[in-house]
Design a protein around this ligand. Structure first.
Ligand code: PLP
Length: 236
């Protein structure tokens, strides 16, 4: 039966971030291929699965699952070189190399359209809605000092300093909340104050949260999709 065996097929993993990793995997597979030849298999084809990654964030850094540090040419060279080195060393005929890239083909050519059921914008309070005495009640000395510095900076129209103290105040309040010395209502009020400051000085991005029904993903039978990156683009 061994002479019927012609193809070695494998898949190193999806979204391989660098050609070094790719080459390492293909090199090992090529060793297996050459051993099969030595054992008498009638080997002709190596199918390298996929692994050709996508530059989702455009950085080409390969530092995370969002990018790869190579292009199609480098991917192909890494694969061909790894197989060639092993085959030449063992004086084996070069195989036909197949690939079955998945995401590299599909992600550029497929879309999933779904309806946004609702959209919510953050509710930023007006200045007269921020209850300063209430906020001040539970604040630590340091947080009170931040608030005073924030007020002074606001009088001077010093936006950068405003942002600095607003941010510091918020961080301190989060710490106090974690320690249990600040209530959730006060933390919420400080959050509102921070949003008001960033909006007033033009440092906030207008963010809207869209509510969509994505239960479609939980009904996809292939567990491969869990934890993968799906790019999302709104269509108006
Ligand atoms: C056997 C095999 N080939 C190809 C692929 C496609 O992989 P990729 O999306 O990394 O190109 C997969 C994905 O799991 C696979 O299991």
């Amino acid at each position: 039966m061994l002479d019927c065996l012609q193809l070695l097929h494998f898949h190193i993993g999806s979204q391989i971030s660098s050609t070094d990793l790719l080459q390492e995997g293909v090199y090992e597979a090529a060793q297996i291929y050459s051993e099969l030849v030595r054992l008498g298999a009638n080997m002709k084809v190596i199918d390298i699965g996929g692994s050709l990654g996508i530059n989702y964030d455009g950085s080409k850094s390969g530092n995370s699952d969002l990018s790869v540090s190579y292009g199609l040419e480098e991917y192909a060279s890494a694969v061909v070189n790894a197989i060639r080195v092993v085959c030449d060393r063992k004086s084996i005929k070069h195989p036909i190399i197949c690939s079955e890239s998945g995401r590299a083909i599909v992600s550029h050519n497929s879309i999933l359209i779904f309806e946004a059921m609702d959209a919510a914008a953050p509710k930023i309070p007006a200045i007269n809605q921020v209850n300063i005495p209430f906020i001040m009640e539970g604040l630590s000395e340091d947080a009170r000092a931040d608030y005073c510095n924030l007020s002074e900076a606001a009088m001077r129209h010093d936006n950068e300093t405003c942002l600095f103290y607003a941010d510091q105040l918020k961080q301190r309040c989060v710490e106090q909340f974690k320690e249990g010395t600040l209530g959730i209502e006060q933390l919420g009020a400080v959050d509102g104050l921070f949003d008001l400051v960033t909006k007033t000085i033009g440092a906030s991005e207008p963010v809207r949260t869209y509510l969509v029904n994505l239960s479609v993903f939980s009904s996809i039978a292939d567990s491969w999709s869990i934890g993968q990156v799906f790019s999302i683009v709104p269509i108006h």
